[in-house]
Design a protein around this ligand. Structure first.
Ligand code: IPM
Ligand code: MG
Length: 382
């Protein structure tokens, strides 16, 4: 018998629809394990986020954080509830922002892919016509203000040249050379591994910023240019954030890899996911040097809690990204293969078309979609 490799996975079921999505994720992982003899997942659950805050006043207790940080990988479902608001007016449940920052999970990788049988709300998009990856800087940008930003600064003096009246709150946008270089390099390395954009196969990295107005973004672009010089095989490309949103709708097939500051990456990833069917189709990975966290890009949708309405596919595809990352990191071909099979199973369910949640035009409940993925996985692996 083969010796199995066991990976310790911290699971954060989150708030709202988070726990019901996590059930489907675990179902798929267990099937992938059962059908593979190359790896096992040892899951440890942690309560963190808005629900915990409302009960205890804590978002993520220190001891829990230490345990999560010591795992091989993290799976996180959406967190946050509208009632869980901090005195400064921001949400208490943003465990993702906290973990990204505390664990230096610097690359937020969000594939935007039109999957077989899914209709884009944009007309005349051929099958496979949207396939790009948003690479979002994950540790600074405007989110650098999250823990340190000036909160409720009243009657602050206006920065020179700008007229500000009465009450003012200021959040600083931070762009450092180190964080920009590593994220831009990640984007170019990713483009090297891909086969270009769907429209014409050109390998391209698009730099999204607002360099026409803000120095921080001009600096980001300068670093993009410096890094790009080392990748003559990849086409350089620039888009201001406002123009970017219209290109994502008008010519999504043009994009291959897109690199952006934290907040802009946040916005364009939701827009991108909507163009490939729904935010319920947007998986994501938050990758650091030694540990990574996987989560769908969408929110906790509190109004659907417990209703089994939500699309579990973004969560399941994130879970597949985790298997792929673990497999590559630990040289475990079985885990990499399992990730590919899960993705194929998702595509098979979508192509079949009978089992879909409301956001994709169906009426199936969350757990039926999870079951359908497991069923396809069984036929693919056996
Ligand atoms: C995301 C989410 C988070 C973010 C929220 C929940 C804090 O929108 O992962 O994209 O802003 O990053
Ligand atoms: Mg977001």
């Amino acid at each position: 018998m083969r010796v199995e490799t066991t990976y310790n996975v911290a699971v954060l079921p989150g708030d709202g629809i988070g726990p019901e999505l996590t059930e489907e994720v675990v179902k798929v992982w267990r099937a992938a394990e059962r059908l593979n003899d190359g790896f096992r997942l040892n899951l440890t659950y942690f309560e963190a986020g808005a629900g915990l805050y409302l009960r205890t006043g804590e978002i993520l207790p220190r001891a829990e954080f230490e345990a999560i940080a010591g795992s091989d990988a993290i799976y996180k479902a959406p967190a946050g509830l509208p009632d869980a608001v901090l005195p400064d007016g921001t949400e208490a449940g943003v465990t993702d922002v906290l973990l990204r920052s505390a664990l230096d999970l610097w690359a937020n990788v969000r594939p935007i892919k039109l999957r077989p049988g899914v209709h884009s709300p944009i007309k005349d998009i051929p099958e496979g016509g949207i396939d790009y990856v948003v690479v979002r800087e994950n540790t600074e940008g405007l989110y650098a203000a999250w823990s340190v930003g000036a909160k409720n600064v009243t009657r602050a003096p206006a920065p020179a040249g700008l007229v500000l009246r009465e009450e003012v709150a200021v959040d600083n946008l931070v762009v450092s050379r180190k964080a920009s270089e590593r994220i831009v390099r990640y984007a170019f390395d990713l483009a090297m591994q891909r086969s270009g954009c769907p429209a014409d196969g050109t390998r391209r990295v698009t730099c999204v910023d607002k360099a026409n107005v803000l120095k921080s973004y001009a600096f980001f672009r300068q670093i993009y240019d410096e890094v790009a010089a080392g990748y003559p095989q990849i086409q350089t490309d620039y888009a201001y954030i406002d123009a970017m949103t219209q290109w994502q709708v008008r010519h999504p097939g043009y994009f291959d890899v897109v690199v952006a500051e934290n907040l802009f990456g946040d916005i364009i990833s939701d827009l991108g996911a909507a163009t490939v069917g729904s935010v319920g189709m947007g998986p994501g990975a938050n990758i650091g040097d030694d540990i990574a966290m996987f989560e769908p890009i969408h929110g906790s949708a509190p109004k659907y809690t417990g209703q089994k309405k939500a699309n579990p596919l973004a969560a399941i595809l994130s879970a597949a990204m985790m298997l792929d990352w673990l497999g590559r990191r630990h040289d475990n071909a079985a885990a990499v293969r399992a990730a590919q099979k899960v993705e194929q199973a998702v595509d098979a369910v979508l192509l079949d078309g009978r089992c879909r949640t409301y956001d994709l035009g169906g009426t199936s409940p969350t757990d039926a979609v999870g079951d359908a993925v497991v069923e396809k996985l069984e036929t693919l692996i056996s």
